[in-house]
Design a binder for this molecule. Structure first.
Ligand code: FES
Length: 154
């Protein structure tokens, strides 16, 4: 028996002058599809968008944020996902390295779990650990990083 989802709604925003187009298909208050087209390469964080696809019910601020392309205030910008196994973003890793004084990918793993499963992200975590790369952290759009927990690397 096929389940028929009801109440599909497209919400759209476009600014032809800047070359921006955003659209989202929401079915039964769940995110089904997004389309982002930008002339200036200013696209939303994929990790944030991904988190919206797994939500059972979108909140009104999240629906509105889909049109602005910016996560609502209070939602941490974790950056590009480096560790897919534990959904840990680049900004979260760089912030932990900077604020907790982590020096190795093993210390990052103890702190955030990143790199402690399949290990495919370890080379990128090692790159983040290099002192010359720490300054590459772009400014946060929102304060947050609630996912950072105190840790004491050994
Ligand atoms: S992607 Fe990081 S441990 Fe698998």
């Amino acid at each position: 028996m096929q389940h028929c989802r009801e109440n599909p709604q497209w919400q759209e925003y476009q600014d032809p002058g800047k070359g921006n187009y955003r659209a989202a298909l929401i079915v039964d208050n769940q995110l089904e599809t997004v389309i982002f087209i930008s002339a200036d390469n200013q696209l939303p964080e994929r990790s944030w968008l991904t988190s919206l696809f797994i939500k059972e019910q979108l909140e009104t601020p999240e629906r509105m944020a889909l049109l602005t392309g910016i996560p609502p205030l209070g939602v941490p910008d974790v950056g590009i996902i480096v560790c897919a196994c534990f959904n840990v973003g680049e900004k979260t890793i760089r912030t932990a390295i900077r604020e907790k004084g982590l020096k190795t990918h093993q210390e990052v793993g103890l702190c955030l779990k990143a790199g402690t499963n399949c290990g495919s992200c370890v080379p990128e975590i090692k790159t983040c650990c290099k002192p010359k790369n720490l300054k590459r952290l772009s400014p946060r759009r929102h304060e947050g990083h609630e996912d950072l927990k105190p840790c004491r690397p050994e």
